[in-house]
Design a protein around this ligand. Sequence first.
Ligand SMILES: Cc1cc2nc3c(=O)[nH]c(=O)nc-3n(C[C@H](O)[C@H](O)[C@H](O)COP(=O)(O)OP(=O)(O)OC[C@H]3O[C@@H](n4cnc5c(N)ncnc54)[C@H](O)[C@@H]3O)c2cc1C
Length: 438
Amino acid sequence: MGSGFDDHGAVPAIYDRWGRERALAPAGKPAGHADVAIIGGGITGLSAACHLVPRGASVAVLEAREIGWGASGRAFGQIVPTLKHSNQRIIDLFGPERGERLIAAIGDGPDVVLGLIEKHSIDCGAVRTGLLFAAHSSSGLRGLEGYADDWRNRGAAVDVLDRSATAHVVGSDYYRGACIDRRGGHLNPLAYTRGLARAAVEGGVRVYVDTRVTRVARQGTVWQLALDGGELTADRVILATNAYTGSLWSDVARSLVPMRVHAAATEPMPQELMAGILPQAHPLTDTRRLYSGVRRIPEGRLHLTVDGPPFGRHTAPYLHTAERRLAALFADAPRPVWEESWNGWIAVTREQMPRLHALAPGLFAGFGYSGRGLAAATLMGRDLARLAGGADERDITFPLSAVTPIRGRSLAPLGIATLIQGWRMLDRLDERPPSAVG
Ligand SMILES: Cc1cc2nc3c(=O)[nH]c(=O)nc-3n(C[C@H](O)[C@H](O)[C@H](O)COP(=O)(O)OP(=O)(O)OC[C@H]3O[C@@H](n4cnc5c(N)ncnc54)[C@H](O)[C@@H]3O)c2cc1C
């Protein structure tokens, strides 16, 4: 039986063939016992697996479909050293000591990702170009200056660019200014996830694909995992199913709202044109409210995040909005020919912060990155490995909290959809020429 979030079809073909990391071949059906069973073959679960290898534990990863089937294999690919909220908000939420620790750890997230990639020779096109955030309005620019000041005060390499320097790195004079966060970069997220799986297997982890866990239950001193056609017991269990949790553990499923996020890639563009678009290959996002991501990917393609239906059945994204964005940014570019579009489910929590829970003795869960999970899920996997290995709270990045299902969760999609509709209208107004907006 599917989880209800399996309707979006195969992982992106563009990611599938980019680099040398291939899908893992099925390795039979699991049986017997593991010290640690990890449910979910995305970045959270596989980072946990890789971080458990040096501890010498026997580990089994159980993935319902294929490695990277969820959000991990479909992401835009930005390695981001921040969460959804400002540093001040994080301190307000967690207090100065815990908050500053979390901010510092998240700031180091790209180093942890790139460190794993280097250690395991993962071929995922990772480059630390820096992340380019551009301002579509003067208030947007003030916000970016505040971001840069705050991080620079913490010693991070973040620079503000004036209008002409921004035009130079974007290849367009559309924006008022920008900031470059030099800690970040981008990669092929499917290849990164597959590379983590390969590294885990090389470290002795048993990784099973096409293996859905249908039930997790305590039996005496161990956990019993019921599978499609099998059974496994484990001393400890890590739930790394994020937005795809479905009915497996209802308190987790009720603590998040799965939201569909869309992306698309063009066919290769003419070389002479691509030379002028994001010439230093920065991934670009801007200060508008909805999807603004643009980056270059191999063979002269552009990859965009695209607005589209956030809930409901699988359907095409609003490609015309992406075309309008490209035309405003790069006036000389021809209308793009779309090669592929896809979507995946992200997990939004009430406060839009990741959650780390000890759900029961020896049962841990980490989820809820609200669309910023390539680095955060890698760190979460490290936390989960440490907890499963017996470490205490002082050694982990994310605060352990009690599970808190969202009240009135069934209404959340309606609320979020209404908010998005408002943002859509505001972004549309902001598309007027910069002289006409504040
Ligand atoms: C279009 C898109 C763009 C994004 N862009 C970015 C970006 O640029 N930067 C960034 O930082 N983040 C981005 N994200 C978010 C990021 O991809 C996620 O936060 C992150 O990948 C979450 O990883 P995960 O391992 O926790 O979950 P997932 O990758 O979703 O993995 C969960 C896995 O659990 C498996 N599973 C579920 N139930 C079971 C079961 N019962 N038994 C066995 N297996 C099960 C699923 O099949 C799935 O493979 C984006 C997400 C999307 C969808």
